[in-house]
Write a protein that binds this ligand. Structure first.
Ligand SMILES: C[S@@+](CC[C@H](N)C(=O)[O-])C[C@H]1O[C@@H](n2cnc3c(N)ncnc32)[C@H](O)[C@@H]1O
Length: 333
C-alpha cells in the first residue's frame, strides 16, 4: 500500500496536512520508526516534495465504545435492539438488567462490559427487584471475579458493602451531599434506616456535626456500617442494629436533625421521629410516590404527627418508575 516516509521531527505537520486533504488512510496504522515515520495514504496525488513508498502497514483496529459496537457482529438485530442501554456501578461491580430474550447471551454481554470498562471487575445481573424489610436485591455474577463485595467512593468517603446483602444506591450520592450541606456546627443528627451508613459517613466527614447516630435492622448492612466508620476514621458516628421503633426510644435522646430514608414506609415512623425531636428539629422525609401527588401527599402525612410543621423544601431526589419519583420533604417543627 502507498505511504509517505518522513523524518520523525517533521511528521506531525505532514500528518495534519494529510488529514486536512482527506488523504490520510485511517484503516491502517502509522509505523513509528526510530528516525522515520511511515504514514499510510489513500493516494499519492498532490503530494509533491514528499517521499512516497510502498509499505506493509498493520490494519487499525478501532476499539468498541458501546455494548452495541462490541456485540454487533455477535448478535442479530432483535438481540441488539434489546441490549441494556445503561447500568449502575457500585465500586468495581456493574449491575445490569438482562432482558429475558438475552438470557442465553448474558455471559457474552458480561464479558463485553468488562472489556469496555477497565475499572469494572465484576458484572452482576439483577434477579428480581428490591424486596423485604431489608430492601435487598438478588444478584447473579455473570462475568469477572466471583464476588459481590466492593468498595466505592462518594462525597469524600469510602463505603464497603456486599451489593446483594445490603441496600445501597450510588444514584443518591447527590441527595446525600444536599442534606450534608444543610448540617450546622454542633448538631446532633439521627439517621433512621442507616443501611451501610452512607448518610452517617458523608455527614460526619464533611460537616461539623457533634454526633451522627444511625439505626439499621439488617445485621449485614449494620456490620458494613461499622466497618465504614473505621474505614473513614470517624469518631462521632454511633450505629445501632435493630428496629428504629425500639431503638430510638431506648436512646432517650433528642436530635436537631432527623433523616428518614425509608421511602416506602417512612410515614409509619413519623411518630417515632416526633419522640426524638428537639425544638426546631429539621426532618428530611422520603417517600416514593406519583409525581402528581408530590409534595401534597407527604405534607398530609407529616401534618398528622407534626401539626405545626413548617415546610422548608420539597425536592425530587430521583426517578423510581415512569411517573413515580423519590421525593424528599424537608420540614421544621
Ligand atoms: C432504602 S434503604 C436506605 C439505606 C441507607 N440509608 C442508604 O441511603 O443507603 C432502607 C434501610 O432501612 C432498613 N430498615 C427497614 N426497616 C427498618 C426498621 N424498622 N428499623 C431500622 N432499619 C430498617 C433496611 O434494612 C434498609 O437497609
Amino acid at each position: 500500500m502507498k505511504a509517505v516516509k518522513v523524518e520523525k521531527s517533521k511528521a506531525q505537520p505532514v500528518i495534519e496536512m494529510l488529514r486536512a486533504k482527506g488523504l490520510f488512510d485511517y484503516s491502517r496504522q502509522i509505523n513509528f520508526g526510530k528516525d522515520f515515520f511511515v504514514i499510510p495514504v489513500l493516494s499519492s496525488k498532490g503530494l509533491k516534495g514528499l517521499e512516497l513508498v510502498e509499505a506493509r502497514l498493520k490494519k487499525r483496529i478501532r476499539k468498541a465504545r458501546t455494548l452495541f459496537e462490541a456485540l454487533k457482529d455477535k448478535m442479530n438485530a432483535k438481540e441488539l435492539e434489546a441490549l441494556p442501554r445503561a447500568f449502575d456501578t457500585i465500586g468495581d461491580i456493574a449491575i445490569v438488567d438482562i432482558p429475558a430474550e438475552l438470557v442465553k447471551k448474558e455471559a457474552l454481554i458480561g464479558k463485553a462490559l468488562l472489556e469496555l470498562n477497565r475499572h469494572i471487575k465484576v458484572v452482576a445481573k439483577k434477579v428480581g427487584v428490591h424486596t423485604g424489610v431489608y430492601r435487598t436485591q438478588k444478584l447473579k455474577v455473570i462475568a469477572g471475579e466471583k464476588r459481590k463485595e466492593t468498595v466505592c467512593k462518594e462525597n469524600n468517603i469510602l463505603l464497603k458493602l456486599d451489593v446483594e446483602k445490603c441496600y445501597f444506591s450510588p444514584r443518591l450520592s447527590t441527595e446525600r451531599k444536599r442534606v450534608a450541606d444543610l448540617v450546622k456546627k454542633g448538631e446532633a443528627v439521627l439517621v433512621m434506616f442507616s443501611g451501610v451508613a452512607p448518610y452517617n459517613c458523608v455527614i460526619a466527614k464533611n460537616t461539623l456535626a457533634k454526633s451522627v447516630y444511625g439505626i439499621e435492622i439488617n445485621p449485614s448492612a449494620h456490620k458494613y456500617g461499622l466497618e465504614n466508620v473505621k474505614l473513614n476514621k470517624l469518631n462521632n458516628v454511633h450505629l445501632y442494629c435493630g428496629d428504629v421503633r425500639k431503638v430510638v426510644p431506648s436512646l432517650g435522646m433528642k436530635f436537631d436533625r432527623i433523616i428518614m430514608p425509608l421511602p416506602k414506609s417512612a410515614s409509619e415512623f413519623l411518630d417515632v421521629a416526633a419522640l426524638a425531636a428537639k425544638d426546631k428539629v429539621v426532618v428530611h422525609f422520603y417517600e416514593i410516590l406519583d409525581i402528581r401527588d408530590f409534595p401534597g401527599k407527604c405534607v398530609a402525612e407529616i401534618k398528622k404527627h407534626f401539626p405545626r410543621a413548617k415546610l422548608l423544601n420539597a425536592v425530587k431526589a430521583g426517578d423510581y418508575a415512569p411517573g413515580m419519583i423519590r421525593g424528599c420533604v424537608d420540614f421544621m417543627v
